[in-house]
Write a protein that binds this ligand. Sequence first.
Ligand code: ADP
Ligand code: MG
Length: 880
Amino acid sequence: MSKQMKTPMIQQYLKIKAEYKDAFLFFRLGDFYELFFEDAVKAAKELEITLTARGKGEDRIPMCGVPHHSCAGYISKLIDKGYKVAICEQTEDPAQAKGVVKREVVQLITPGTVMDGAAIQEKENNYLLSLSAFEEDRYGLAAVDLTTGELKVTSFYDGFTSVLHEAASYNPKEIVVASSFAEEKREQFSSLMNVTFSEEDDTALPGEMRELVDSLQDEELAVTVIRLLHYLYRTKKRSLDHIQSAVYYYAGDYMKLDVHSKRNLELTETIREKKKHGSLLWLLDETVTAMGGRLLKQWIERPLLDAKKIEERHTLVGDLIDRFFEREELKDQLRDVYDLERLAGKVAFGTVNARDLIQLKRSLARVPAIFDTALQLGSPYASRLVNEVDRCGPLRELLEASLQDDPPVSVTEGDMIKDGYNEQLDIYRDAMKNGRTWIAALEKNEREQTGIRSLKIGFNKVFGYYIEVTRSNLASLPDGRYERKQTLANAERFITPELKEKEALILEAEEKSGKLEYEIFLDLRKQVAVYISKLQELAKVLSTLDCLQSFAEVSEANHYVKPVMNTTGTVDIKDGRHPVVEKVIDQGEYVPNDISLDESREMLLITGPNMAGKSTYMRQLALCAVMAQCGCYVPADEAVLPVFDQIFTRIGAADDLAQGQSTFMVEMMETRHAVTRATDRSLILLDEIGRGTSTYDGMALAQAIMEYIHEHIGAKTLFSTHYHELTRLEAELPKLKNVHVSAAEEDGDVVFLHKVIDGAADRSYGIYVARLAQLPDQLITRANVILKELESGDLRGDQEQVLVTSGASEEHAGAEHEPGQLTLFDPGIIPESGKEADRRGKLAGAEIEAVKALKNLDTLHMTPFEAIQTLHELQKKLRN
Ligand code: ADP
Ligand code: MG
């Protein structure tokens, strides 16, 4: 062993490090936190700081460090990257220590347990989850936000996929599991999101935790919550009084939106840039408080299923729209409300200062006016919200009486507590004041006595109070009047015994009052802590009002309409719009569209050229449904909507630009998820499904999927396709209707009208798109000729035959067809052989192939090089 390794300090380091193997150990050495060994090498890279060494030659130990006063930024950088940081402090005064200073880890900071810094966004929760797996594929999930104290728990009986999607909805950075939790399940998470796993096996129930899980009947749920709490206590090592009692919720109480649907619909962030800007949340967020912002995000991710509750919100939004002045008043008042939830967290955590408490006081001062305004709305829902919650009046009075309005950040330097709040403090302050008055009087008196008008009394930390006389006046000073203390360049400083006496009194009072103020402050903090749960309740009501005023604001500004909810499954939207596209559109006007669905019209097959607006139209409905079920108005002139239990959105692999790695397999797995979980109360959007594979495969799958949904699920379904041939299905499937996004031709150019009309598109405009992509004129002209021939030729007849199927297939995509019948699966119809071409009489197989290839080119997503290459290939085929 090298010499360095044997030093007591490194020994101590190694011992502590052994307990925190999965964390960076920030080891306090004087004014620095040092990292050693591998920690140092890794941290130097991650933090871009210099790697140095301790010791010389073979003894060298890699080391790097950050100053303790500026460690916060470094820590949050590591946490952001998913690492954990153990803070190891010196727990005794180095001056008093015999041998190595005692050190202890005082806190483990992990991605799910950060309390401040860059990782904490004002308007976002930071959830830490725990997951427990039980027998028979049952699971428990608990979620806590350490900054707000919110603690929720739920259970699953329907397999791990549900767990995955529910967990993902929390957007967690860290999940606590038992060490036995299956690796393969962890990997399923890792493939969906960036998450750190932490292990906690202690699930025994100590007394102090009992209260938090008292309400839970189920032992398994309690275990799940306790695992989480044990982990918190172990990492934070301090009071967590603000953690609220665990609230059980049933995931089935909310609309189910799996990870893919949330992403595809861009509910809280955009697909490509992962930014809030451009998402539904961005559009709807006119909240003025941080807590309101967080609640709004929760609402959007968990739309309601209870029609009564939904309508309650709609009604209040309506009242707020109708009463402009009350709404403005409400908003103005709310704006001054501080983040009560996180404040409660800081109180419990012991990190609150006097300025925070002043913010609390100011917030509480707004409450009566906010509630009065809410009551004036005359809405039973608002009145209930307001009347059932404690306004924490006594707390406000306490803070009002005790705290000065502009206290310093530090809680140890005094100047926080008001006069008259504490008798002893007043006595000290009087002493200080009297002393200062006496000094002022002395100054005046001495000036008169000596006739030196510039004589003054000053103070500094080294000499205390002194009398200062400038050099030019020294001659006028009677000998021996004062005692000389200090000589400056152009002045002399003096003291007198009386002055020193007063000084002692003043300084003593100052010191004592500083200490006393700190004690008073600590006591005040304790009194505030009693209110933690009341503050959390109050925060809920205020944030609910904030969300609803935000809905009112946005709904009014954008001319949304109150949706009429029904239980029959009818959708009837007049002049509906896509709320975000409508907002960000930079060319032309948004073209509103109707959409109607009911028992006899369950599925729409949407055709139309590329860029016509198919995807937009589909998402428009999903977003309307989400908005309605969150309690917001919807972008339409009239809207009748059912309560959807789930929304599934699947985008054909080739169209899903964001997920470059997305494969056809993923597309099919997502589709499976939709078709196996959807019910007749669900909404399914399938956008160009089957695109990721060859034409016939894709078309066959698309058709089979539609048949399956039509026959077995009965969910409201929008299906867009560029397989024009599928429109024939309207004749087969009674509840399926064709609609198309219209386009007009003007002088050979196609103009997108973005208007959705019943019936199939009359052509697919593939050639037009090819021209947009600037394929050579000659080629385009030829393609047009071929197309004309195809359209008038007997291929038509073939196509009809192609799409005659055995009706809705009983099974899933791979359904067998009766022998002898011509189906999509029949290789015989693929026009490859010369014989086939002969049979068609007019065109050679290669030409048909070329046109087909041309039609199906996804030019928008091709690079110029790919386009040239494809073109070259086509040409080669045709020449042969
Ligand atoms: P598709 O899915 O048919 O290829 P998209 O739905 O992606 O087409 O729409 C393409 C573009 O057309 C959108 O980005 C939008 O700018 C515009 N668009 C779509 N629908 C409308 C509409 N109803 N009114 C105006 N512009 C629209
Ligand atoms: Mg599209």
